[in-house]
Design a binder for this molecule. Structure first.
Ligand SMILES: Nc1ncnc2c1ncn2[C@@H]1O[C@H](COP(=O)(O)OP(=O)(O)O)[C@@H](O)[C@H]1O
Ligand SMILES: [Mg+2]
Length: 404
């Protein structure tokens, strides 16, 4: 809104005060100039919920057009959560025009429309995760914790009297598999995954970041049950973030998020990840915000073997037994999971260049040329280890660290 408009609105507001007239402003997104903020009452119109979508379907489609079993209908409804009525109407109409009926394969089209809509926000990304817990090497304790909650989002669990799990915070240096875990969690529960880029949440306009935060929580609740993955939450608070110059904004956004996490009743499971502990505000780490805080340390020798196996099995499915996984694990103290994966790929490039298949020796050579991040991030790791040792976080791998 430009200055002239704002001034005119303020004048109009003064004139209308003595009358019984009310000015109604309509906008798809809330970007209110500061000068008008306390003169305007905001009413937000939520996106249609499941019941409304079901109704919309019956209005739009005669039953014979909908060639879906009840389960398929529910999937279609879930896919439509997060879309506006108009958009949903458009998407369904397009399918009908092209194919005359809606079948199970068309659910993907609706999901795609949703993905697009979420991508437009620029700070949210939508995933349909395809990697499960088996893609993670090590982290027995974290896996066990999750497996125990395998049926946590079922109606059965509600009937049993269990609350929805709230979320986890995953702490650990870069490359230890935090992002991987977020995806595996959504896959385990077969829930859609929304990834929030905290860095991008901070807009330049006053009030914009707070509005975006509210949009995020609203969208997550509409799509619920879902997993909201707040990736690298520490970035929001780090000094390098230009928005941090405006400490007020950071504080308000954090406040909004924390309050929401505390009070939300919708089944949105929050997975927050952080590399750097020192940047995090203590409120975030207080017990009760998350169901559990996990510290993901560098993998020990046994875990490194598992990580090598995961990646070798993926890249050379039938040749796993030819690799000396124990020797590889022994050669990689201080390597993170990401560095292990990188060493395997680097080894493959060496062999590929020589026009032969990859062998243990190629990977060992690649390892020789790698300087793991841990050798420079000692302090950061030790700070995390010390903090976790005070009992403030659970270790992702229960097994005592074992030989490095
Ligand atoms: N424990 C692990 N098991 C298997 N692969 C791993 C593990 N940790 C990391 N990786 C590999 O490294 C990649 C990058 O790790 P990522 O999850 O992005 O780490 P982070 O988010 O902690 O920085 C993963 O996609 C995966 O391929
Ligand atoms: Mg990550």
């Amino acid at each position: 809104m430009d200055e002239t408009t704002v001034r005119q609105l303020r004048n109009l507001d003064r004139q209308l005060r003595a009358t019984r007239k009310t000015l109604i402003l309509l906008a798809p997104v809330l970007e209110l100039p500061l000068e008008l903020e306390d003169r305007v009452t905001v009413l937000s119109f939520p996106l249609p919920d499941a019941a409304e979508i079901r109704e919309l379907l019956t209005q739009l489609l005669p039953p014979e057009r909908l060639q879906l079993n009840p389960e398929g209908v529910e999937q279609l409804v879930a896919a439509g959560l997060g879309l506006t009525r108009d958009r949903l109407r458009q998407v369904l109409a397009r399918i009908i025009v092209e194919k005359e009926t809606i079948r199970e394969t068309d659910i993907a089209t609706v999901l795609e429309a949703k993905q697009q809509r979420i991508r437009q926000t620029e700070y949210l990304e939508f995933f349909a995760p395809n990697l499960g817990l088996t893609a993670i090497g090590g982290m027995d304790a974290l896996k066990g914790w999750l497996q125990q909650r395998q049926r946590a989002f079922t109606a059965e669990a509600r009937d049993y009297g269990l609350p929805h799990p709230k979320g986890v915070l995953l702490l650990g240096i870069q490359g230890t598999g935090k992002s991987l875990c977020a995806k595996a969690i959504a896959h385990l529960w077969r829930l859609p995954l929304l990834r929030l880029d905290v860095g991008r949440l901070f807009g330049s306009l006053v009030g914009q970041s707070e509005n975006r935060t509210r949009q995020v929580t609203q969208l997550a609740e509409t799509i619920a049950p879902c997993v909201l993955w707040i990736d690298e939450i520490d970035k929001a608070f780090a000094g390098s973030n230009q928005a941090a110059a405006d400490a007020g904004t950071t504080q308000r956004v954090t406040g909004t998020l924390l309050t929401w996490m505390q009070e939300k009743t919708a089944p949105v499971f929050v997975v927050a990840t952080a590399n750097n502990l020192t940047a995090l505000p203590p409120e975030l780490l207080r017990k009760g915000r998350f169901d559990e805080i996990f510290f993901i340390d560098l993998p020990n020798a046994a875990e490194r073997q598992e990580i090598f196996r995961v990646h070798l099995e993926r890249l050379r499915p039938h040749r796993l037994r030819e690799f000396e996984v124990a020797a590889l694990a022994e050669a990689t103290p201080n390597f993170s999971g990401a560095e292990i994966e990188q060493a395997v790929i680097e080894g493959m490039y060496r062999a590929f260049g020589d026009r032969r298949d990859v062998a243990t020796a190629d990977i060992l050579a690649a390892i020789q040329d790698t300087y793991p991040l841990a050798s420079t991030a000692r302090e950061q790791i030790q700070a995390l280890q010390a903090w976790a040792a005070q009992g403030r976080a659970r270790l992702a791998s229960e097994v005592f660290p074992g030989p490095p």
